[in-house]
Design a protein around this ligand. Sequence first.
Ligand code: GRF
Length: 202
Amino acid sequence: MKVVVLASGRGSNLQSLIDEWQNGSLPIEFVGVGSDKVKAHALIRAENAGIVTRAFPRDNYQDREAQETDILNWLEELGVELLVLAGYMRVLSQEFIRKSDYPIINIHPSLLPAFPGLRAQKQAVDYGVKMSGCTVHFVDEGMDSGPIILQEPVPVYSEDNEQTLAQRILRVEHKIYPEAVRLIMNGKIKREGRKVIIQTDS
Ligand code: GRF
């Protein structure tokens, strides 16, 4: 399965995928890593792993449509079969979603549908929830609203701040994102409307 990752920042989730790919537990074809930021650390991680990279800096384009057209063409050239968003900080347009005939997945640092959007960990701390977590979901035309593939809870302690909670959640993200990709790659996932059914081996 040909996988492309889009990332804007430090790329620790990308690294968790690279690590499992390199140790053989995620036998995907890692065909590319793209970013809207030329200096994204994610691009360096990909280069170190020998993966093709490409930047699509916002300033190079007149508007989002032009940037997305370039990304879509690149993805088509690569023959992408699964597009993985890993800290990609630009919302994909409805047009982009409609034009892509491959699944797109994202990871979000809360138990959706709670705390969608930016700074989900801060939202959780400010709200005072005792439990948050992370969610891998298919991307649809809304904001963090697509069908949920995997979720795992993470406790929130009274002394937590945004950073301490983010760190605790991140460790779990690094476990469930490769797991979700593995399930998709192995054809273990069936979609029934909003529901994602995971087929077990038993
Ligand atoms: C993660 O918390 C992820 O859930 C969110 O953005 C962050 C990306 O972190 N979508 P990294 O770049 O993968 O380290």
